[in-house]
Design a binder for this molecule. Structure first.
Ligand SMILES: C[S@@+](CC[C@H](N)C(=O)[O-])C[C@H]1O[C@@H](n2cnc3c(N)ncnc32)[C@H](O)[C@@H]1O
Length: 262
């Protein structure tokens, strides 16, 4: 109850301290804001993803899910229906559309996602740019297997799912990369791993790269992690939209932190 009260109070503070289109002086931010947050129209290519979400929400099949909740790192298994995973873990349409438009506008090609689950956010991210190769990491074998199969219905999208704990899969994956254009971190929302993943990915960032962190206001740990991340000297611009935060690394921008109303 206290957690919910804190979240609502945090949202009220965010709403009054965030800016609309008139608070943004830089051309980059003004245009990004117009495209991503002010133009929240549905795109036809999203209908098939929402149809997939609907099918998942009706799917009563039960699978063995490895629980990656705080501190248990996949050591506990529980039985969950696809419907309940879709209801509780998948990004809601509003924020999924935001991911799509970020990709459509910034056009990253080499993208990593931490936390595939049923693949709803993966599909939104990937369809934002037809040239993208998305590598999505997931610790739960049965969820990963389910998503991998579903992605066959989307042959135009280039999504690879790698199974295993982020602690090993992320470092293995990074060894095969020289640079990464975008990363979406939507799993293991705790202070230490969030900062660790950020620091591991930093050497692969370039002027056009960005990292999206989910649930930055979900807990005190995540708020603390976000505050440290935006203070990092390599981060130039940070954008807080309450449910998510985005950091950019362009050395040409002067350091600024924004809260954008969405
Ligand atoms: C919130 S869900 C992802 C939802 C998905 N991005 C979407 O919006 O459709 C987080 C996922 O991350 C996975 N996860 C959490 N911690 C992990 C870890 N340490 N290693 C691997 N997977 C992990 C969970 O199994 C879960 O499926």
């Amino acid at each position: 109850m206290i957690g919910l009260f804190r979240l609502v109070w945090g949202y009220i503070i965010y709403w009054f301290s965030s800016v609309g289109r008139h608070g943004l002086q830089s051309t980059f931010l003004y245009n990004l804001n117009e495209f991503v947050w002010r133009y929240d129209k549905k795109n036809l290519s999203q209908n098939r993803i929402e149809a997939y979400r609907e099918a998942c929400l009706k799917n009563k099949t039960v699978i063995d899910v490895k629980d990656f909740g705080a501190g248990v790192n996949g050591n506990i298994k529980k039985e969950l229906s696809i419907a309940s995973i879709a209801k509780n873990a998948a990004k809601p349409p509003k924020y999924a559309r935001m991911l799509f438009r970020l990709m459509e506008y910034l056009k990253p090609e080499n993208v990593i996602e931490l936390g595939t689950s049923l693949g709803i956010s993966s599909l939104y991210i990937s369809s934002g740019n037809p040239k993208m190769k998305l590598t999505s990491l997931e610790g739960c074998d049965s969820t990963a297997e389910f998503s991998r199969k579903q992605f066959q219905q989307f042959p135009d999208l280039n999504i690879e799912v790698i199974t295993g704990d982020f602690d090993t899969t992320l470092s293995e994956l990074l060894k095969s990369k020289s640079k990464i254009d975008a990363i979406y971190i939507d799993g293991n929302h705790r202070y230490e791993p969030t900062l660790r993943y950020f620091n591991m990915c930093l050497p692969y960032m370039h002027d056009e790269s960005f990292i999206i962190f989910d649930d930055i206001n979900w807990s005190e740990e995540m708020k603390k992690a976000w505050q440290e991340i935006i203070k990092h000297p390599s981060v130039s611009i940070s954008i807080d939209v309450f449910m998510m935060g985005i950091v950019f690394f362009n050395k040409g921008f002067s350091k600024q932190d924004f809260k954008i109303r969405y």
